[in-house]
Structure formats: C-alpha cells, structure tokens
Design a binder for this molecule. Structure first.
Ligand code: ATP
Ligand code: MG
Length: 565
C-alpha cells in the first residue's frame, strides 16, 4: 500500500491503515515516514473502528472527573463525533483555515481534548497554555505566535481583554463557559448547533500540529513547533517502552495542559496505543486529592513531576490501597534517589524516571523491565542515540561529564521538533556537529545509564571544582529535616563562588535551632557525597521559586545571590 494515497475518511478507506508495528518501524527508520498522516484520522478513528469490532477493551478513550461529582467518559467513537462537531465550529463560524494558529488556554476540562483533536482534523496548529498565565504572558504568546483564534475559559477572559488591542492578528475569541460574554463567541452554543459531518483535512506528516512553549525555566519560553509525524508517530516507542501502555491501561498524567508533558502523557502516547486518558480537573494541587483519586478509580499508570512525589512521600502512604496502580513515572525535573526509595518502600511500586524536553519528547528513560539505578535517568530511550559530547561535538567516554546530546545527523529522529518558530538562528544554535545539544550536563556510566548533573547554567564552579546542584540537593534530601532544596552558586571573596542551599524544612524541624541544623545538614552532605560539595551557606525558606510546571527556578535564587535582577 502507498500510504500517501490513502483517504482520511474512515468510510472511504481504500488501503489497509498503518498499524502500531508500522509506526514502530518508521521510528526505527525501517520504513519511510508516510507523506500524509493525520493523528485524528489515522489513529483515533482507527481505534474507534476497533471498538466497533471488539478489538479494543471497553475502556473509555477519555475519562474525566472533577472531584465534585462531575464525570465524562468518551469512547473513541464518541470522541470522533464530538471532535468533528468542534472541527465544524473552528472552520465555519470561526472561519479558520489549515495552518492557522489557535491558542488554547483552558484548565483540565474535556473541551481541551476536543479542541485539540478538532485542530488535528482541520490542520490547525494547536497552542496550549496554562490558565495561570498572566496578561503579560498571554500578550507575549499571542504576539509571538500571531494566533488567529484564542479559546479560553472564564478565568482568563479579563486578562485577554486587557491586552487584545495589542494583538492585531487575533480575529476570534471563543469562550468555553456556560455563560456568555460580550465580544466572545460561545463555544457551547456553536458546538450545540454544529454538524458532526466533517471530513477532515488530509495533512502531510510534516505539517505543523502544535506549538508547545518551553517551561521558561531559564528565560522567555521558546515556541517549539511539532508536526503531525513528530508527535503522532514519534511518541509510539516511548509509549510502549517507557510508559508501558496497552489499550487496557488507564493513564493519569497529573501535568497541567499547557506543556509538552500533556502532549506526551495525556494525548499522543496513550492514544496511539489505544489506552484511556484519565483526567482529574484538580483546580488546586493537593496530595489528598491525588491519593483519594488513586484509591477510587482503576488507574493503572501514574505520571507526575518529581515535586509531586516529594510531597506524596511526606504522607503515610501505607494507609492507602490504590485500586489498580501498577506502574509509576516521573519526568520534567531530576528525581532524587531518596524519593525513589521511599516511594518503593511505601507503595511497593517502582518509579520510572524519564528525561525529556519540549523540543524532543523523551530522550532518556528507565524503561519497563530494565534494571533501575536510583538517581539515574536511565538509558537513551529507543530509538534515540543519546551521547555525552564536548564543546566541539566529540563523543566523550563513559565517566566524563559533558553536554547531553541527541544524534540528529545523518538521520533526524522522528520525534524531533521542526524548530523554534520564526527563530532559525536559535534553532541552528542547538546543533553541534552531528548532535542536537540539550543545554543540560550529565555523565554516562559504563552500563550506558545517564546521570543528570544540572542545566549547563546551574553548574557551580567553586575553588576549581565543578559541582552539579542535583547531587547536593539529593544528598540533603536524605536528611529527615529536608522536604526539598535548591542549590545554587553564591559569591565568596576567597573562593569566587561557593555552594549555597535553600532548604524547605519538614514540619517537625521548622522550629529547630537554625545554626545547629545548618551544621548537621553540612555534616550530612560531607558524609554522603564528596566533602567539597557541601553547602557552605544554608538558608531556610518556606518555599522555592518554581515554574508553573513545578520546576525549581535556580536562576532566580542565583540572580538574587549575585545581586542581579
Ligand atoms: P526553557 O527551555 O524555557 O528554559 P525548560 O528547559 O525547563 O525551559 P522544558 O522543555 O519543559 O523547558 O524542560 C526540559 C528540561 O527539563 C530539560 O532540558 C532538563 O533540564 C529538565 N528535565 C526534564 N526531565 C528531567 C529529568 N528527568 N531529570 C533532570 N532534568 C530534567
Ligand atoms: Mg529548555
């Protein structure tokens, strides 16, 4: 069969559809990327067919709850019909055309998934953002992306209105709300009357499917563009080997909708494998809701940021009986080995850490069945060739610290992004020799496991020693007093810079004598890791500055230390 000549509409399917085995072969470069590919038509609608023939278990495709009795369960068939209606809304009353960019600023509500699939069907470029964005953040994103349409909920509507006059490209505002609002089209109203007859656009594999903004941990978020193929086909292997997904699984990825982690964990990886995407609206993050949800629903697979696990292990987890939980994942930030041990000790479950980026998806991971070395990010995730390289692009041997890099020449991995939007210089700057450089430093050991040292900018150089903050933070975390910490460089008249730790204390230690505790923590670090790494300065704080994705912003603390604003 010649994939390029297939019709998208399932009823007019002329050729055998691509299978999961085909997708895997494409990722391994054993077969070419098809010219045309559309995730909605070629994957979601295929699962809808398999539902009809009983080739897929009766799990929903999307299972949403809000913790207040609200619940939505859609099969792939229902998702198909409803997303066609949403596609009609976007193309008819909103008048959007293939290639137009749509900013979608919604909380974790089912409409986020509807609009996402509707954009895929119609060849629109989906651009999600969290509802925690401020008017200034929104302005930056709308102007940088020249979005034609914005889909938002009540909580962001006033902020949008305050900056609208500065966004000349924005033609349509769609409000997802039971109430109407002056100057906005009502999604609900239009959706109600919209036709489910929508044949979809025959997109090319290379057509843009989404623009994800990076977390902005180190500066302004960058707009990373992905294609139908890079997300729709490129996450197949990570879904199988890292997330261990089958169509009978129910995956709860706790991440906010605004980040690549939502694309990986709440859309493409689970759905390519026909698994169920579980969503809790989680207006506010709290450990009670997470634990109750795992006890009340048959969730098999859980994916959270390390910060969530750090909070969860503070609880007495043995008191909870999780219904079906069998597999746990962490990603987005380094995961301290202590947390891996505590989670396993208390729940009996192994934590599988993955290391990824908005630009590439998952680079390294602790794959299912692989021996886990706590504190390591695992091996290069298939089919990626991940290496540690030097400043000239040469591969460094095991044990040598350098920059974590992904081979992109002579063959670009399928999962690789198309580039930063309107920024060819920045895109080009990520290439060194045959590699894409991540901007993160690490070491590979003799067994091929990767160990994260820190973002290149976060590495501390003190008295000639190079010190990675993660190792010091992990040593601190072994101490009962420490819930979490951030380690940064601080100026010192003699040494140039020294290690400083900002420490959040656990409840029982909050009233301890700070000087005594400082000495105790310093002593602990000296025993746990090479003594030159110990924090010469310690400051106790109530909380750490974080990105909305929950990542520690060490650069904010560092700038403060050095008197930079
Ligand atoms: P920006 O590029 O805007 O500064 P960001 O790099 O945080 O933000 P993301 O693409 O969301 O934006 O995050 C990718 C980065 O997160 C990685 O480059 C790495 O620094 C960090 N990261 C992700 N997973 C892990 C992990 N398992 N261990 C250590 N670091 C991780
Ligand atoms: Mg980055």
């Amino acid at each position: 069969p010649k994939p390029g000549s297939r019709h998208l509409h399932q009823d007019r399917q002329l050729w055998a559809p691509l299978t999961l085995a085909d997708f895997e072969a494409i990722n391994r470069c054993e077969r070419p990327l098809p010219e045309n590919f559309n995730f909605a038509g070629d994957v979601l609608d295929q699962w809808a067919q398999k539902e009809k023939t009983g080739e897929r278990p009766a799990n929903p495709a999307l299972w949403w709850v809000n913790g207040k009795g609200g619940e939505v369960k859609w099969s792939f068939g229902e998702l198909g019909t409803l997303s066609r209606k949403a596609a009609t809304v976007l193309t008819e009353p909103c008048g959007l055309r293939r290639g137009d960019r749509v900013a979608v600023i919604l909380p974790r509500i089912p409409e986020w998934w509807l609009v996402n699939v509707a954009c895929m069907r119609t060849g629109l470029v989906f651009m999600p953002g969290t509802v925690q964005l401020t008017a200034k953040d929104l302005l930056y994103r709308l102007r940088a992306s020249k979005a034609k349409c914005l889909v938002a909920s009540d909580e962001v509507a006033p902020a949008v209105e305050s900056i609208m006059s500065e966004c000349p490209d924005l033609k349509t505002k769609l409000l997802v709300s039971p109430r109407s609002r002056h100057g906005w089209l009502s999604f609900q109203e239009l959706f109600h009357g919209a036709s489910a007859e929508h044949s979809g656009v025959r997109t090319a594999s290379q057509d843009p499917v989404a623009i994800y903004f990076t977390s902005g941990t180190t500066g302004s978020p960058k707009m990373a563009q992905h294609s139908q193929g890079s997300l729709g086909i490129g996450l197949t292997l990570c879904g199988r080997y890292w997330l261990d997904l089958k169509s009978s699984d129910i995956l709860w990825n706790v991440s906010d909708t605004g980040w690549i982690k939502a694309a990986i964990g709440s859309v493409f990886s689970p759905w390519v494998h026909g698994a169920c995407v579980f969503v809790h609206q989680l207006a506010q993050f709290d450990t009670d809701t997470i634990l109750d949800t795992l006890t009340s629903y048959p969730i098999t697979t859980l994916c959270c940021a390390p910060t969530v696990y750090r909070m969860l292990v503070q609880r007495d987890l043995k008191r909870y009986k999780f219904q079906e939980l069998r597999y746990c994942l962490s990603g987005g930030e380094p995961l301290n080995p202590e947390v891996v041990e505590q989670w396993r000790g208390q729940t009996g479950l192994q934590l599988h850490e993955g290391y990824g980026q908005t630009e590439v998806g998952i680079l390294c991971a602790n794959l299912k069945g692989q021996k886990i070395k706590p504190g390591s990010m695992g091996k290069g995730a298939p089919p990626n060739d991940v290496q540690i390289i030097d400043e000239n692009g040469n591969i460094l041997p095991p044990g040598k610290e350098g920059e974590i890099a992904l081979r992109v020449k002579p063959t670009r991995p399928i999962c690789f992004f198309s580039g930063y939007v309107d920024n060819p210089d920045k895109t080009a700057a990520t290439t060194r020799g045959n590699f894409y450089v991540t901007g993160d430093r690490g070491v590979m050991d003799n067994d091929g496991y990767f160990w994260f040292v820190g973002r290149a900018d976060d590495v501390i150089i003190s008295s000639g020693y190079r010190i990675g903050p993660f190792e010091v933070e992990s040593a601190l975390l072994e101490h009962h007093a420490v819930v979490e910490s951030a380690v940064v460089s601080s100026p010192d008249p003699i040494r140039g810079e020294v290690v400083k730790a900002f420490v959040v204390l656990s409840a029982p230690f909050k009233s301890s004598d700070p000087e005594k505790l400082t000495l105790e923590l310093q002593d602990h670090v000296k025993k746990s890791t090479a003594p030159y790494k110990y924090p010469r300065k310690v400051e106790f704080v109530e909380s750490l500055p974080k990105t909305i994705t929950g990542k520690i912003r060490r650069n904010v603390l560092r700038d403060h230390e050095w008197g930079r604003t």
